[in-house]
Ligand binder design. Structure first.
Ligand code: AMP
Ligand code: ZN
Length: 139
């Protein structure tokens, strides 16, 4: 399904032009308009899925294989020193475009970016409880 009101559906379908890195039947890989670093790319499925909860497993499996290929191409061409793969779900997690996409962000020594979180403290009893709770809900 494609959502006629979704900008990433339009970009993935070629209706809105983009700096396309790669395209096949299922995906378009584009450069981010506001790149965190040089080469920051987005993998867009051509079908509309709002987030990780909606995307089907078959598409997701193919997407992660493509992510590896893009990552290797970046390493070879951009000679980046590292690489982050980021995927946001929901406003609280920083998602701004509600069409599933995977960020592939090449990293360079001293690129000035900070994608890290602030490490917290864990409580052993709560950790045990959480591990059991989440694990029991995996379908
Ligand atoms: P997120 O915050 O995970 O939803 O990421 C959305 C990303 O899409 C941001 O990094 C934006 O810079 C990027 N973006 C938004 N509109 C466009 C566009 N027209 N072309 C390329 N990238 C875009
Ligand atoms: Zn869409």
């Amino acid at each position: 399904m494609v959502d006629n009101d979704c900008i990433f559906c339009k970009i993935a379908g070629g209706e809105i032009p983009s700096d396309t890195v790669y395209e096949d039947d299922l995906f378009r890989v584009i450069l981010d308009l506001n790149p965190a670093t040089k080469g920051h790319a987005l993998i867009l499925p051509k079908q509309h899925y709002a987030n990780i909860y909606e995307i089907d497993e078959d598409t997701l499996q193919k997407l992660i294989v493509l992510a590896k290929k893009v990552a290797c191409a970046m390493k070879d061409t951009l000679h980046c020193d590292g690489l982050n793969i980021v995927q946001n779900n929901g406003l609280a997690a920083g998602q701004t475009v509600f069409h599933f996409h995977l960020h592939i962000i090449p990293r360079y020594e001293e690129d000035g970016q900070d994608l890290n979180w602030i490490p917290g403290k864990s409580d052993p009893a709560e950790q045990k409880k959480l591990a059991g709770m989440i694990g029991a809900a995996i379908k």
